[in-house]
Design a protein around this ligand. Structure first.
Ligand code: AMP
Length: 376
């Protein structure tokens, strides 16, 4: 299967070629034909499967082919994403894929001044990528009109609900025209997700790849039994291994992320924390440093980690076990992206054993216990 088989237009093929993408991923293969046919989609897929291109490519194609009936001032496609990082990631995708097309896009999110965002909106864009809070804010101020939307994407709907965005989502949907194409993506198909999907999708096609419990199969996983007090020492011990060039470390709290990063820096290991209390500039700097390898360890909370897309991330370390088993799968999905394999290490204290049990149940195997552990 090639992108040409998917009937993508030349400018998109050229852009994909430039990026070195030779063949579509399964979610792209399944979704693109339906989207080009104008169907609504319920997509069960998580980050790392290529889902962004699965909706961005056909939307760009449809916008570009139907350009005549637009006076270019209207927003024609809206992508809602739960976090700033994910919104920026989606925006980068649109930028790369549209470089041979006359389709404009912009991204709006909170935590930064609205001035430049408003300027972009006033100039007029075809595609708007937004987080819910800032979108509502700018809608209320009259800068965003959604009555000409032809394509609406709700990305990471499960995370949106987790983050309490349900009312914001409903407010946005109420402003969209009746006639539109809706593409709904979620990593899970939990009952409350299906309930939301059923209220906004019309006769959707269901596409699904790597169910949340099986993505883990590409990743090499092991668990260290360790007391809470010894986790810091264990982390430094683990990072002594020079093979770990680059690690994303997960903590449960923002405060915990700061503490871990500080301790690593005090011990000569270059680290940065990334979480919701950091300014947008600080988050972007940390991510950039991590991507260009000036920072070896990025310590993140779950929400901040969404949308972190780093090529060839070799290691994910669960400094604290997540309470939700699905979160574990999301976390380790940061490594082993787009087919390459990765390594996930988890630090499990006595009081976290129940979480580990839940994870083992979800992924349908017992994570191997690491034997070379001086702290067990
Ligand atoms: P996503 O799930 O959209 O976050 O994409 C995960 C990663 O896969 C990103 O780095 C994409 O740029 C990359 N990617 C998307 N589609 C393809 C493809 N067809 N071939 C290779 N890499 C891809």
């Amino acid at each position: 299967m090639t992108f040409l088989n998917l009937k993508l237009i030349k400018p998109l093929i050229v852009a994909l070629d430039k990026m070195g993408y030779t063949q579509p991923t399964p979610i792209q293969e399944q979704s693109i034909p339906h989207i080009l046919n104008g169907k609504d989609i319920f997509g069960c897929a998580q980050t790392g499967t290529g889902k962004t291109a699965a909706f961005a490519l056909p939307i760009l194609q449809l916008l570009s082919l139907n350009k005549n009936n637009n006076n270019s001032r209207n927003i024609r496609a809206l992508v809602l994403a739960p976090t700033r990082e994910l919104a920026l990631q989606i925006s980068e995708n649109f930028k790369s894929y549209s470089n041979q097309l006359q389709i404009s896009h912009t991204t709006i999110f909170g935590g930064v001044s609205q001035v430049n965002q408003v300027k972009d909106l006033q100039r007029g864009v075809d595609v708007l990528i937004a987080t819910p809070g800032r979108l509502i804010d700018l809608m209320n101020q009259g800068y965003v009109k959604l009555n000409n939307i032809e394509h609406f994407v709700l990305d990471e709907a499960d995370r949106m609900l987790d983050m309490g965005f349900i009312n914001d989502i409903r407010k946005v949907i109420a402003k969209l025209p009746q006639k539109k194409q809706t593409l709904f993506f979620s990593a899970t198909a939990a009952p409350e997700i299906m309930k939301l999907a059923n209220t906004i999708l019309v006769n959707p096609e269901h596409v699904s790849v790597t169910p949340v419990s099986s993505t883990a199969s590409l990743v090499n996983q092991s668990v260290y039994y360790v007391s809470k007090e010894n986790k810091r020492s264990l982390l430094k011990f683990v990072l002594k291994d020079g093979k770990i060039e680059h690690a994303l470390v997960f903590t449960r709290t923002k405060h915990g992320a700061d503490k871990v990063a500080k301790d690593l820096n005090n011990n000569g290991i270059k680290a940065e924390a990334i979480h919701g209390n950091k300014s947008q500039g600080a988050r972007e700097r940390a991510l950039k440093g991590f991507k260009n390898r000036t920072i070896r360890v990025l310590v993140a909370t779950d929400i901040a980690s969404r949308g972190i897309d780093v090529d060839k991330l070799s290691h994910v370390i669960n400094y604290e076990m997540p309470e939700q088993a699905e979160t574990y799968v999301h976390r380790i999905g940061r490594t082993g992206r787009a087919g390459s394999s990765g390594i996930a290490l988890s630090f499990c204290a006595q009081e976290e054993l129940a979480y580990l049990k839940g994870i083992n149940k979800l992924i349908k195997k017992n994570i191997e216990v690491e034997k070379s552990n001086p702290f067990s």
